[in-house]
Design a protein around this ligand. Structure first.
Ligand code: NAI
Ligand code: MG
Length: 501
């Protein structure tokens, strides 16, 4: 596979020539100032797909300058919300037109299942843009009657230059989770995609220009976290960093913000999501949902339902069916329509997951199925289930970010709630029951930002998403996410006595 010609993927899908590999700054694709590049690899076979410009501090400086100029004197923050919305709608149409090619890029770069990219990730991406496009002309302040002879009004102004730092597990969706509300708010921005998955981000930069987003409004700087990412976080002229990734790096982002210009920060970090299944659940539905919860996107999802609590009455039957189903999941080339699970993103994550499987065995959990790698190249791991796990074991407490499910038995509702909350994370939780009283009680008692009852992974642009506890703060999605990208200004003026007050 190379960057200069089309090549055959698999399952008859042609991998198009990679068109965009340079930084996108001020509306132009440019080399990095240092001239450096880095390799992006295909996790199916560990081969290099292409090399991409490696942005660093100087490139971040140049992108921030472009974004600052576009903010201070450009058209984007000054045009009406209606006009911004129309351009965003056009942007969404262009993405829809190129859905297949974009899905291919995320599949080769990230090892994601192609049909899911094409039918779920990219449509969700388009939906996000259209949702916030429709909101762009509905941003307004309030008029206020103040004490004494004063009146006031509030203006909602773009917050400024935004740095978006995103991870590799949902390269398309997360790009637009961040960018769409910020565009609607009239901000200008720099996106630093994950070094593992730079390709679709650069394609989105190209489409932004085609859609008519003015130069300097949306810049994309590819590169590494400790260089380009860190430079964005400590930049004195960046007003906010919106970050999704690991808890450790989230801490660094806050530290850098504190030590530089006290920029705003919002963090969407890891999770250790519990899924609680009660005795009255339909067994097949529950097993199915739990496997999807734990293994979807190879377990590389911040809300993976990696802790599955099953009530004692159905526990044994649940274990049996779960093992059977996990064994039937097909691991392999994500272009193949029969395949449920592709490779882990890279060597580092592959080794991390395998290390956790070893911890599980050594800490006394029972390995029911899986636990091994598959194939002789690429980063494939079998769907893995452990039983007899507790919340003090590493596999019960840390985010593994791989296809590893821990099964645990419980007796009472109180016990389930206590165990579900025995974590430093609080991103999401799932409940399976037909008993409304249980569903309501557990939903209110579990400390997490999203609760799914009899479903899992239901995302919608209108539904706020974000964490409690160490899973972060500042919601993505939902109408309120626009507020993260706005400043509120109060304007006060005297109003002299009027008979009509
Ligand atoms: P990471 O947190 O290092 O990477 C996420 C993004 O942050 C990437 O764009 C990266 O370049 C950037 N970054 C890294 N260091 C930075 C720094 N010092 N300053 C600014 N930006 C920086 O995550 P990584 O190492 O790729 O994965 C490690 C673990 O993090 C995973 O095993 C998983 O547990 C968790 N994770 C959680 C995600 C989520 O959706 N909440 C997504 C990806 C990883
Ligand atoms: Mg890659």
């Amino acid at each position: 596979m190379g960057s200069n010609s089309e090549s055959n993927g698999s399952a008859g899908i042609k991998i198009p020539k990679i068109q965009f590999t340079k930084l996108f700054i001020n509306g132009q694709f440019v080399d990095s100032i240092s001239g450096k590049t880095f390799e992006t690899k295909d996790p199916r076979n560990e081969e290099v797909i292409t090399v991409v410009a490696e942005g660093d501090k100087d490139d971040i400086d140049s992108a921030v300058k472009a974004a600052r100029t576009a903010l201070d004197s450009g058209a984007w923050p000054r045009m009406s919300g209606y006009e911004r919305g129309r351009i965003m709608m056009k942007y969404a149409d262009l993405i829809e037109e190129h859905a297949e090619e974009l899905a291919i890029l995320d599949t080769i770069d990230g090892g994601k299942v192609f049909s899911i990219c094409k039918n779920i990730d990219i449509p969700h991406t388009v939906h996000l843009l259209r949702y916030y496009a429709g909101a762009a002309d509905k941003i307004h302040g309030e008029t206020l009657k103040l004490l004494g002879e004063f009146q006031g009004y509030t203006l909602k102004e773009p917050l400024g230059v935004i740095g978006h730092i995103i991870p590799w597990n949902f390269p398309s969706t997360l790009f637009f989770v961040k960018v769409s509300p910020a565009l609607a708010a009239g901000c200008t921005m720099i996106v630093k995609p994950a070094e593992q998955t730079p390709l679709s981000a650069l394609y989105y930069a190209h489409l932004a220009k085609q859609a008519g987003i003015p130069d300097g409004v949306l810049n994309v700087v590819t590169g590494f976290g400790s260089t380009a990412g860190a430079a964005l976080c400590s930049h004195m002229d960046v007003d906010k960093v919106s970050f999704t990734g690991s808890t450790e790096v989230g801490r660094l982002v806050m530290e850098a913000a504190a030590k530089s210009n006290l920029k705003h920060v919002s963090l969407e970090l890891g999770g250790k999501t519990p899924l609680i299944i009660f005795d009255d659940a339909d067994l097949d539905m529950a097993v199915n949902l739990s496997q999807n919860a734990a293994f979807f996107n190879k377990g590389e999802i911040c809300v993976a339902g990696s802790r599955v609590y099953v009530q004692e009455g159905i526990y044994d039957a649940f274990v049996e069916k779960s093992v059977e189903m996990a064994k039937s999941r097909v691991v392999g080339d994500p272009f193949n329509s029969e395949v449920h699970q592709g490779p882990q993103i890279d060597k580092k994550q592959f080794e991390k997951v395998l290390k956790y499987i070893e911890y599980g065995k050594n800490e006394g959990a029972t390995l029911l199925t899986g636990g091994k790698t598959c194939g002789d190249k690429g980063y494939f791991i079998e769907p893995t289930i452990f039983a007899d796990v507790n919340e003090n074991m590493k596999i019960g407490k840390d985010e593994i970010f791989g296809p590893v499910l821990s099964l645990m038995k419980f007796k009472t509702i109180e016990e389930a709630i206590e165990k579900a909350n025995a974590t430093r994370y609080g991103l999401a939780a799932g409940i399976i029951t037909n008993n409304l009283n249980i569903a309501h009680r557990v939903s209110r008692s579990v400390q997490a930002g999203t609760i799914w009852i009899n479903c899992f992974f239901v995302f919608d642009p209108s539904c706020p998403f974000g964490g409690y506890k160490m899973s972060g703060f500042g919601k993505d999605q939902g109408l309120d996410a626009i507020e993260k990208y706005l400043n509120v200004k109060s304007i006060i003026t005297p109003i002299y006595s009027s008979p009509w007050l």
